[in-house]
Design a protein around this ligand. Structure first.
Ligand code: FE2
Ligand code: FE2
Length: 170
């Protein structure tokens, strides 16, 4: 069963905009892995996620949620894991166009097979990351973030989405 059919992608106002983006990312990642989406389109979407989706989570959802997670659970592990994976995916993306060096220290172009392998790693990392958010962090947000703060997150996400998208398209 694909991830797309196994998650509901439904939540509160604090997470719904992000969950709507998750559906699209899952479509791109699963499409890439079953060869219905090509590398260029897949990487364009990865770049969009890195430039728009991750900052929405890192800069607005997580900072507003952090104090409530600490208050109720007294540990930050779910947040650390999610932010760490954003960094991992950024690094995996950066590796793609950095040519590797051979024994004579000459730059070697990445082969199509290597490109396919590296993009596959990104696609799988994204899928398990989204699974973790949908079943982990976002569930904690729904349970522990008070309603006024849910509203605050939703306003910030709506406000900043067009700004981040505009910067991404520059
Ligand atoms: Fe994320
Ligand atoms: Fe996400």
């Amino acid at each position: 069963m694909s991830l797309k059919d196994s998650l509901s992608f439904k939540g509160s106002i604090a997470t719904q905009l992000l969950r709507d983006q998750h559906i699209i990312t899952v479509e791109f990642a699963e499409g890439y892995l079953d060869n219905s989406i090509d590398t260029k389109k897949f990487l364009e979407h990865v770049d969009y996620s890195i430039s728009v989706h991750f900052p929405l989570e890192d800069n607005f959802l997580i900072p507003i949620f952090r104090p409530y997670l600490k208050k109720y659970l007294d540990f930050e592990e779910p947040i650390r894991v999610i932010s760490g994976e954003h960094q991992t995916i950024r690094r995996e993306r950066q590796l793609i166009y950095r040519p590797s060096l051979n024994e004579a220290d000459e730059e070697v172009e990445i082969t199509p097979d290597e490109l396919f392998g590296k993009c596959g790693v990104i696609a799988r990392t994204l899928l398990q990351h989204i699974y973790k958010e949908e079943n982990g962090l976002f569930g904690l947000v729904e349970a522990y973030l008070p309603e006024p703060e849910k509203k605050e997150v939703s306003v910030k996400l709506e406000e900043n989405l067009p700004i981040l998208e505009k910067n991404f398209r520059k």
